[in-house]
Structures are given as structure tokens and as C-alpha cells.
Design a protein around this ligand. Structure first.
Ligand code: PMP
Length: 452
């Protein structure tokens, strides 16, 4: 009976049965509260009211091949005909996936599968503390590592709270938050100073090598090298959270591109093109601390870990990424978009910084540079959100929330890019002419206590 209901009718029922009407913190977007998705394929999705969008939001990153990739879908269907979940022993698929990750990702000597990225980062920090017997974790302003307590602060802060410690949720023990130090990204001196003061007590440094949760801050090589040096010297565990960068930017992740090898790596998103797979891999001596016994040096478990259907999705995704020119295609389109958008905004005399890497792009409405989260406070949030709301009118979907990145997939075409650039010009022109944001922006520019 849902089929005959309008988007607003289904959304109304959702709000009655589901808190906030959605199942993840940033799926409810001001101005888009009646969005009920009914179909997704390739580069597009459609809603219950028959609106079709070319999708650059890409579910926050997984569908690098495009939505509902037929090869991935076929592999999942085939897996469903053989084994579902037995919860004992191991399957051939899990072994093949583990061996593939060991082969592809430089830091990975051994690897465990989870269902989500959050579980992978949770266990990275647990095993770092188990290995070192230390208390503190270091993270960076603007980086998101999942919903669990130790990393739930200073992701996107409201401007008046920047510099303060800004949890994304209540209900977290203060002593947990106090055990996390937050440093500015790309600030090697701050890293050295933190290690000089607390090095003996730092269990782990966790970092998005490219902080994509605030769009795109490109890392300076000296910064990443300093993380490696200080962790090695102090005996702390360096964790690269490659949940976004992994497989999308390179099959070996940012560590392959930068030549800087962390001790542990967390993976997710593009690994299985949208099916729920996360992974934690790294140095064999650290990974061996995990035991499947309660009370083992570090405990690791999960009913759905390594589920045959999602493992089949990951294997099919990685096979396609290795055998077809996926990266070549998305990098070329990404570059066309970045160059094209910069030209459009320059032509309109609109101050904009178009950045990104490979398949990821974001246009901040500010002048450069964008090295740290604080630099992004110069971004004109009303313009950023208003521009994206106007893109919707042209059938182009970039998430209309402040500082969100956009993605191209293997299913996007040059014609899609042409259309995006035309829409960009029209949307920016209209936004400039209106001289004001579209609609009510309340809650649209901060984390608002929620996560994506
Ligand atoms: N790390 C990073 C860098 C992420 O972007 C995310 C999700 N946005 C996570 C971890 C958490 O992954 P998940 O949502 O699958 O738990």
C-alpha cells in the first residue's frame, strides 16, 4: 500500500514509527523531509513523487561502481543460493577476501571483517590500548570515525564551540571524552608538542588521511610523516581510518599513494559498493592480540561478521575495481568537474575553492587555503546549502548540508558532468540573484547532535 502513497504521506508515517523519521543521523535534511526513495540504479535515484536525481551524494561514499551494480548484485544472489550464515568456522569467501586485502593494502598483514566502519575503528582503539596498556587517543578536528564514544567529539563544530570540546552526543561519560586529545589537522608542530607532553600515555593516533567528513582537506606529506615518526618513537599505534579513502582513491588506499604505512587500517564503504562490510587490518603482532575467547588479550566478535552475501559483494566489487578502468574513469570525470566548477564560479565572480581528489569533489564558497578545519569557517554556509538546494531543482543531488563532499561513480557519464556544470551555473546565478539562502536553514550547518 506504500506504493500509492505520496512521499509526504510515507514520510509522515515514518515520523510516527521511526524517531526523526530516518535511520541514520544525517539522512533527514532540512528542506528535504519528505524524501522517500523508491529506486536507485547507476548514477541515479528516484523518489516516491517521481522526481529523479543524478546522485553525487552516493550514500556518503560506498557505491563507487554506481547503484545496484549488476555484477555485485549477481554475486550476492549467487551467494544466497549456497551458504547463508552458520556462525561457526570460516567460508572460502572470507579467506579469499582476507588474502585480497593483505595483497592490496600495504599495512595489512592480517585482517578481520566487521559489518560497519564504526566497529572497525572501535576495535582499532581497543587493540591499541590492549597492546600498549595506555589510556589516551589522539584524533583530529573535523575527522569522523563512527558513532562510538571515544571518537564522538569535534567532528563538525558550531563556530562558537570551535576550540572547545564538542561532543556529537550527550550520554557519553566525560572520562571517555577526556581520554581523547583533539589536535588541528595538518599541524605537525601540534603533534610534536602533544607527544612531548603525553607521548608515554598515547595508545593510538587515529586519522582520516584525507578528512573527507568536512569535504576535503588534503594532507601535507610532512604532517603524515610526523604522525608516523612520533608514533614509532613513542610506541603508539598509528591508525589510518581509510573508510572513505580506501579503494576509492586507490586500491591500496591513501597509504599506498602517500607511501606512509600505518600500524592499523580501518576500511568500509567502497569495499563492497554499498553492502555492509567493514574491515580492520594491520601489523600481524597487533592483529594477533584479538582472540575469539572472552578475556582474550583483545576481544572481537560479531554475529554477522563475514556474512557470505556481503563477502561476495566485496569480492565482486574488488574484482571489478581491479579489472575494469574504474579509477581511470572516475578520476577523469572528477577532474572535469573540479575544473569545470572552478571556471563556472570564476565566470560569475563568485569566490569559491573547488577541491577534492579523484572521484571526490567539493566547492567551498570561500577563498583558500583549506588546510585545517578552522579554515573552513570562512566557507559561506548559506551559499553552500542554498546553491545545493537549487541544484535539486535541476535534478542534481549534492547533499544540501554544510561541508559535505560529493562523489562520482563508474556509472556517471560525460553527459552527466555536462548537465552538472550547466546546473551549477544556473543554481549559482539564482542564488547570487536572490542574495539570500533558500528556505529555513535551521540545523543545516552543524552536526546538530547527529552523525552521518
Ligand atoms: N570512518 C570514516 C572516515 C567515516 O566516514 C565513517 C562513516 N561516515 C565511519 C568511519 C563509520 O563508518 P560506518 O558508518 O560504516 O559505521
Amino acid at each position: 500500500k506504500h506504493d500509492v502513497l505520496s512521499g509526504s504521506q510515507v514520510a509522515e508515517r515514518a515520523r510516527l514509527a521511526i524517531p526523526g523519521g530516518v535511520n541514520s543521523g544525517q539522512r533527514s535534511v532540512p528542506g528535504l523531509t519528505d524524501l522517500v526513495i523508491v529506486h536507485a540504479e547507476g548514477a541515479r535515484f528516484r523518489d516516491a513523487d517521481g522526481r529523479e536525481f543524478v546522485d553525487y551524494h552516493a550514500a556518503f561514499g560506498p557505491p563507487l561502481l554506481g547503484h545496484n551494480d549488476p555484477d555485485v548484485g549477481a554475486a550476492v544472489a549467487e551467494a544466497g543460493r549456497t551458504v547463508d550464515l552458520c556462525g561457526v568456522g570460516v567460508t572460502r569467501g572470507e579467506v579469499e577476501l582476507a588474502e585480497t586485502l593483505v595483497e592490496l593494502v600495504p599495512s595489512v598483514e592480517k585482517v578481520l571483517l566487521t559489518s560497519t566502519g564504526s566497529e572497525a575503528t572501535f576495535h582499532a582503539l581497543r587493540v591499541a590500548r590492549a597492546a600498549t596498556g595506555r589510556r589516551l587517543v589522539v584524533k583530529f578536528q573535523g575527522c569522523y570515525h563512527g558513532w562510538h564514544d571515544a571518537v564522538s567529539l569535534n567532528v563538525i563544530s558550531a563556530p562558537d564551540r570551535v576550540g572547545g570540546r564538542d561532543p556529537i552526543s550527550t550520554g557519553i561519560l566525560p572520562e571517555v571524552l577526556e581520554a581523547t586529545l583533539v589536535l588541528p589537522f595538518n599541524d605537525a608542530a601540534a603533534v610534536r608538542a602533544a607527544f612531548a607532553e603525553h607521548g608515554h600515555d598515547i595508545a593510538a593516533v587515529i586519522v582520516e588521511p584525507v578528512p573527507h567528513n568536512v569535504g576535503c582537506l588534503l594532507p601535507e606529506q610532512e604532517f603524515l610523516a610526523t604522525l608516523r615518526e612520533e608514533c614509532t618513537r613513542a610506541g603508539s599505534v598509528l591508525v589510518f581510518d581509510e573508510v572513505i579513502t580506501g579503494f576509492r582513491h586507490d586500491l591500496g588506499g591513501w597509504q599506498k599513494l602517500s607511501g606512509i604505512t600505518p600500524d592499523l587500517t580501518t576500511m568500509g564503504k567502497a569495499i563492497a559498493n554499498g553492502y555492509p562490510v567493514g574491515a580492520l587490518g594491520g601489523r600481524a603482532d597487533l592483529m594477533e592480540l584479538f582472540s575469539s575467547r572472552p578475556g582474550g588479550p583483545a576481544f572481537f566478535a560479531g554475529t554477522y561478521n563475514g556474512h557470505p552475501a556481503v563477502v561476495a559483494a566485496a569480492l565482486a566489487t574488488l574484482r571489478k575495481l581491479r579489472t575494469e578502468p574504474v579509477h581511470e574513469h572516475v578520476f577523469r570525470l572528477g577532474e572535469r568537474i573540479r575544473t569545470g566548477l572552478a571556471d563556472v564560479f570564476a565566470g560569475l565572480g563568485l569566490p569559491a575553492l573547488v577541491t577534492g581528489f579523484g572521484s571526490v569533489f567539493v566547492a567551498y564558497f570561500m577563498t583558500g587555503p583549506a588546510r585545517t578545519y578552522d579554515d573552513l569557517l570562512r566557507n559561506d554556509a548559506a551559499m553552500f546549502i542554498g546553491y545545493r538546494r537549487r541544484l535539486l531543482e535541476h535534478g542534481v543531488f549534492e547533499l544540501p548540508l554544510n561541508l559535505k563532499r560529493s562523489h562520482v561513480s563508474y556509472a556517471h557519464t560525460d553527459a552527466d558532468v555536462d548537465r552538472l556544470l550547466e546546473a551549477a551555473e544556473a543554481a549559482a546565478r539564482a542564488q547570487l540573484a536572490a542574495g539570500a539562502p533558500v528556505g529555513d536553514l535551521t540545523g543545516a550547518s552543524t552536526m546538530g547532535g547527529a552523525v552521518r
